[in-house]
Design a protein around this ligand. Structure first.
Ligand SMILES: *Cc1c(COP(=O)(O)O)cnc(C)c1O
Length: 375
């Protein structure tokens, strides 16, 4: 019996420890995909396991209208780690829901309808978040989606300036596109979006679901670019693999956010896991490690793979290697003959999103394998 939405791989994983996964036959895999950036602190980090299991034993669930210490602590931790002024936190269960809330809050706070999104952007798969996602393939069977969404070319500052007006509720974008192919943009571009949204009274929503939590070399990519959005969304690695997302908002958004809710918002177990995850990221300096090992990996990839690839892109440990032929065969060979798991991003990009705990030695091992498989 298998599920019907995901196509399944010929590897069955039974356990995880740090940067490694183990399958039913006892084979170990160096996990450079981290199941789409879901394990920033590594698989089954003891602190996260402890936090979640002791919470499980004490109280699995109480609804968010009853204050709970784990949830309250997480609100504070997120407000503290978030960019300055973004200190209102809404908790939910996934990235899609974090963005769905962001779009709803922006509409409610501005009283406006128009949402601007970017080409190649990915923001999730519910009818609202999906409407702001670019790829036809994800949308065509489900239309009509939420209305009022306009797309502008990602990275085009002029197009953005022209599109944003006094009818705009929000602009939603990633500071470095993930699903779209690991596409970076310059700081000036994000600052243009910041200024144009502020000037027109629109909300800037920065989707940091893939870039956040230390991945690109600082806690949030917003810090690297010196941009403070009105709303910042996070999920993926926040609960080290347990389902939790968050929508971080400035006061003017939170104060007129409208009527929104979710039964599981900030349940004690996921909140405890997320709190421990944030603690470990900070204490172990994982953003700094991501910057260091990521820079080494990108430089070495360029030097060693040279003419065999088209380009290396990215920031920190969010890296795309654009290859000359399709990436599928390459990913299969890496997994089955070298025990290395990585991800695609579109058809021709090999995407690396390892736990932020990886070392230079792990990077070398992956480069050796890629060199061999491509060569
Ligand atoms: C994965 C992702 C989402 C959707 O998150 P889910 O948890 O799968 O709903 C949204 N935005 C970005 C940038 C993502 O990478």
């Amino acid at each position: 019996m298998s599920g019907f939405v995901f196509s399944e791989k010929p590897i069955e994983i039974v356990s995880g420890d740090g940067v490694y996964l183990t399958d039913t036959n006892g084979n170990d895999y160096l996990d450079f995909g981290a199941s789409y950036a879901c394990t920033p602190v590594g698989h089954c980090h003891p602190e996260v396991v402890d936090a979640a299991t002791s919470q499980l034993e004490e109280l699995i669930y109480v609804q968010a209208s009853y204050p709970h210490a784990a949830r309250t602590a997480l609100y504070e931790q997120l407000a503290e780690t978030g960019p300055v002024d973004i200190d209102h936190v809404w908790l939910c269960n996934s990235g899609t829901e974090a963005n769905e809330a962001a779009l709803k809050f922006a509409r409610s706070a501005t009283g406006r309808e128009k949402i601007i999104a970017t080409t190649q952007g990915f923001h999730g798969r519910t009818m609202g978040a999906l409407a702001t996602t670019w790829k036809r393939k994800y949308k065509k069977d489900f239309e009509p989606l939420a209305g009022g969404v306009e797309f502008v070319p990602y990275g085009d500052a002029e197009a953005m300036r022209e599109a944003i007006d006094e009818e705009t509720a929000a602009v939603i974008l990633e500071p470095l596109q993930g699903e779209g192919g690991i596409n970076p943009v310059p700081t000036e571009y994000l600052q243009t979006v910041r200024v144009a949204t502020a000037t027109n009274g629109a909300a800037m929503i920065l989707d940091e679901i893939q870039t956040g939590l230390g991945r690109t070399g600082s806690m949030w990519a917003a810090e690297t670019h010196n941009v403070v959005p009105d709303i910042l969304t996070t999920a993926k690695g926040l609960g080290s693999g347990l389902p939790i997302g968050a929508t971080l908002c400035r006061g003017w958004i939170a104060e007129s956010a409208g009527d929104h809710g979710s039964t599981f918002s900030g349940g004690p177990v996921v909140s405890a896991a997320a709190g421990a995850t944030l603690d470990v990221i900070e204490r172990e300096g994982l953003a700094t490690n991501a910057a260091k090992v990521g820079a080494y990996l990108r430089e070495e990839a360029e030097r060693r793979l040279g003419d065999d690839i088209r380009e290396v892109r990215g920031s920190g440990l969010m890296i795309g290697i654009e290859v000359k032929r399709g990436s599928n065969r390459l990913l299969r060979d890496l997994a089955l003959t070298h025990g290395i798991l990585a991800l695609p991003a579109g058809r021709t990009v090999l995407r690396l999103l390892p736990p932020l705990t990886v070392t230079h030695e792990h990077a070398d091992e992956v480069l050796d394998a890629i060199e061999e498989v491509i060569g």
